[in-house]
Ligand binder design. Sequence first.
Ligand SMILES: Cc1nnc(-c2cnn(C)c2N)n1CCCn1ccnc1
Length: 116
Amino acid sequence: PVSKKAKMRDGGTDELDVCQQLLGELETHQDAWPFLKPVNPKSVPGYKKVVKKPMDLSTIREKIANKQYSCLESFTDDVNLVFDNCERFNEDDSEIGKAGHIMRRFFNKRRAELLK
Ligand SMILES: Cc1nnc(-c2cnn(C)c2N)n1CCCn1ccnc1
């Protein structure tokens, strides 16, 4: 019988294809600049204490390359972690805070569109 993977790849859009597509769109978004690279805790007082699980788009890119996401859900958890960390550390009306809200709304919209 055709393996699940093989059937999945022929028929529906493979979940990991959706992750790659979404990550590409996040990385190239004009408001992605705060999230492209890990926050350097040495240069940002308080960050290490406040943000327990740092995450950024380059780390997510690496995790995809290392096949560390089993499904769209685990990928989504890390993307949400980026924006949850941002909300914890930044005022909503700050430049970085505003970028986080814009990027989260964009992600949720595109994810829904790609899953239709
Ligand atoms: C993401 C993220 N959340 N907070 C920060 C940050 C870094 N420094 N300060 C004072 C913050 N509130 N970041 C990283 C933003 C990275 N960045 C800043 C300018 N260009 C990139």
